[in-house]
Design a protein around this ligand. Structure first.
Ligand code: APR
Length: 312
């Protein structure tokens, strides 16, 4: 492979991201973790699966950032996951230090890399990565909107029995309980969700989407979701490496879009060879605008909490 993706954090989301990426056969992979032996063991195990799925992907596990040298993409998943009863913001103090180090160390070895951030609290960890690396905003993107939207698509498919391929959903806003599932823009084969589903069923799907991460945390009890978050990261990395110009909701740095400034926030972005190539501004009605403002205020609070913790 001529392309290289380094995944920082070889835990549940990191290793599963490697798994999804290996199946796509788009880049060699490096798994970095602080735990000795663990990334090496997972990488070897994954490498040993490649002959079965006929993919020529090299997978390396390491405790050294030097092995990430020359990465095209760095995916940051290192950090603590939630436990039942915790909000994503409760992870701020612990994860800020971990993500700062991951961002700074990887940039030393891969000055041209694009960054995809997955660690929670997502929007604020993407903001931290941007500030710590000093990169232009197109080079740092946060994952969450792809995840929140796939959850909504899955719930609509479960409700209607229609193929997931026919279901398009767009969830904007911060990656927290105030996220904004846009029911007016979401559709089943072109038919607006609002016309397809009774209002009470649609509202139930909206609420379940908002709390989708928490639902899984409560079931797992010892960690948070990893299959869907990891699949979201893999799709975003592929869009960048293949210059797909894929429009997905993701956390991007706002400079006036949607009336927001100096904040990472979930909006529709176009992902291509230059990372976040465009931020797309939807026409929103007053209710949608009000919901986004509420979500932005929550994200801004976490950004402020970060600034009081970390020197940026
Ligand atoms: N450098 C590298 N890896 C680290 C560091 C560090 N400084 N600190 C912790 N890690 C590693 C841990 O050793 C662990 O293997 O990060 C990994 C995290 O994996 P899990 O505990 O399995 O957590 P995971 O489910 O992958 O979630 C990671 O992503 O979705 C978010 O909320 C989630 O913030 C959490 C992050």
């Amino acid at each position: 492979m001529t392309k290289k993706i380094s995944i920082i954090g070889a835990g549940m989301t990191g290793a599963t991201t490697a798994h999804w990426l290996a199946e796509r056969e788009i880049a060699d992979l490096v798994l970095v973790d602080i735990m000795e032996g663990m990334p090496q063991g997972k990488a070897l195990d994954l490498a040993e699966a490649m002959p079965i799925i006929n993919k020529d992907v090299k997978v390396v596990g390491t405790n050294s950032y030097a092995d990430t040298k020359g990465s095209d993409i760095v995916i940051i998943t290192a950090g603590l996951p939630r436990k039942p009863g915790m909000s994503r913001d409760d992870l701020l103090t612990a994860n800020a230090e971990i993500v700062s180090k991951a961002a700074v160390e990887t940039l030393k070895y891969s000055p041209d890399a694009y960054y995809i951030v997955l660690t929670n609290p997502l929007d604020t960890m993407a903001y931290l990565t941007l500030k710590k690396t000093g990169l232009p905003r197109n080079r740092v993107v946060g994952q969450a909107g792809v995840l929140d939207s796939t959850r909504m698509r899955a719930f609509v498919a479960m409700e209607t029995g229609v193929s997931v391929e026919n279901i398009s959903c767009y969830v904007l806003g911060g990656h927290g309980d105030e996220m904004v599932p846009l029911t007016r823009h979401s559709n089943i084969a072109g038919v607006p969700l609002r016309d397809y589903l009774p209002a009470d069923r649609l509202e139930a799907i909206v609420q379940r989407t908002r709390k989708g991460g928490g639902e899984i945390v409560n079931l797992l009890k010892t960690g948070s979701a990893f299959y869907a978050p990891a699949a979201a990261c893999a799709q975003m990395a592929e869009a960048i490496l293949k210059d797909k110009k894929l429009i997905v909701p993701a956390a991007a740095y706002m400079q006036g879009e949607y009336g927001l400034n100096d904040i990472y926030f979930g909006v529709p972005v176009m992902l291509g060879a230059n990372g976040v190539e465009k931020i797309i501004e939807y026409n929103l009605d007053d209710d949608e605008k009000a919901e986004l403002e509420k979500s932005a205020a929550a994200v801004k609070d976490t950004h402020e909490a970060l600034k009081s913790l970390v020197n940026m």
